[in-house]
Design a protein around this ligand. Structure first.
Ligand SMILES: Cc1cc2nc3c(=O)[nH]c(=O)nc-3n(C[C@H](O)[C@H](O)[C@H](O)COP(=O)(O)O)c2cc1C
Length: 365
């Protein structure tokens, strides 16, 4: 496998240009199907904890229920954890559903510190090399998603090494693990540019891409093969289509996908409510009673009723005014500091908060 051309798997994946970031409690299967319909070429699942995946049958079944290669392909299944044997077992279980698994080396949260995974594994590079080598020797395709080291040169040595071990592609979130919460700061596209230059594998650039202009600038500046977006996709799953759609219709379309596959996919109402709160962020601000209505929806029918009510309420709104969630943290105290950043992505970022609610597959036991 190591001797194949560095782009052979990437070509099998269709030379993707636009990727949906892995996101806990966001990337349910209907959401991934929706993003794909609007020009997302490559999807990622949220991270799944290998310990619970292997040891908890109910969680494993829930996760397997959320993966479906005939509806969502190519999709990269992301795992977090540090035990090579558990990772191999997990990879073998999902092998028929994906061409590649991804190892999370970026999560900066306390739960990752306690579980010894995500960006905290980066502090133990030899352990990462061992895990990757073990998986690759067992003929499983694996990619990684990393953050940067504080000492950015260390990142370059690390990526050269994991390329040599044989990972298939690399996603770089251009921030360090300390760049979270109030300290989120700018995304380091210079580092991504260097990584692209010194490696021969496909590179996905991630972090703070929030406009169509950002997409073009990021390709141009970093030379990356693909851009990945997270929070902007939460707000607008049609982002990569580079066209304007009515988010109220998109919400109804998402609910339609759930309706269509209701018999095959276990309906996740809390996930659905979570999406509705974000898509209807400005509507709820204009008419706070919608907060309560969304919080109370118990099934797909009720969710559709509230979505239709919101559409009627906003029928005369400009499409742009319906958005607002992504920019909720803009103009915070960092605004002036980062005014001159290349991509001016000076917002806070849910990725960096410790209060993400964890659901399937990632709780620690
Ligand atoms: C709600 C949420 C959940 C996330 N969950 C994951 C995850 O499971 N795995 C991962 O590698 N990154 C996760 N991230 C980080 C994103 O994949 C991405 O790296 C980060 O949001 C920066 O990209 P963006 O600025 O386009 O949002 C998460 C981010 C958010 C906002």
């Amino acid at each position: 496998m190591k001797n194949q051309s560095p782009y052979s798997l990437w070509q099998e994946l269709g030379n993707p240009k636009y990727a949906l970031a892995p996101m806990v409690d966001i990337n349910d299967l209907p959401f991934r199907i929706l993003c794909r319909k609007y020009n997302t070429h490559l999807t990622f699942t949220q991270m799944y904890n290998i310990t619970t995946f292997i040891n908890d049958k109910n969680i494993r079944l829930k996760i397997l229920n959320d993966i479906n290669s005939s509806l969502d392909n190519p999709c990269i299944i992301q795992f977090c954890g540090h035990d090579p044997e558990l990772l191999l077992k997990s990879a073998q279980i999902v092998q028929s559903h994906t061409k590649c698994i991804d190892l999370n080396l970026g999560c900066p949260q306390n739960i990752a510190k306690r579980g010894h995974y995500g960006s905290f594994l980066l502090d133990h590079p030899d352990e990462v090399y061992k895990i990757l080598g073990y998986i690759i020797n067992n003929k499983i395709n694996i990619s990684c998603k990393i953050r940067l080291y504080e000492n950015v040169d260390k990142t370059y040595d690390f990526v050269k090494k994991i390329e040599e071990i044989g990972i298939k592609f690399l996603t770089v979130h251009g921030r360090t693990k300390l760049q979270k919460g109030e300290n989120v700061g700018k995304c380091n596209w210079d580092a991504i540019k260097v990584i692209k230059k010194i490696t021969n594998i496909p590179i996905i650039a991630n972090g703070g891409i929030g406009t169509w202009e950002d997409i073009d600038k990021c390709f141009e500046y970093t030379g990356c093969d693909c851009v990945m977006s997270g929070e902007k996709m939460i707000e607008d799953p049609t982002f990569f289509s580079r066209k304007k759609y009515d988010i109220d219709d998109i919400c109804l379309e998402y609910l339609d996908i759930w309706n269509k596959y209701e018999n095959n996919i276990e309906v996740n109402m809390s996930g659905i409510r979570g999406h509705m709160f974000k898509w209807f962020y400005t509507g709820c601000k204009a008419e706070p009673k919608f907060n309560q209505k969304i919080a109370l929806v118990k099934n797909l029918k009720e969710a559709c009723d509230v979505a239709k009510e919101m559409k009627e309420f906003r029928k005369n709104w400009n499409l742009d005014d319906k958005f607002g969630w992504y920019k909720r943290y803009f103009n915070k105290k960092n605004n002036n500091e980062n005014k001159n950043d290349i991509n001016n992505n000076n917002k806070d970022n849910v990725d960096n908060n410790d209060d993400i609610k964890f659901s399937i597959g990632i709780q620690e036991k």
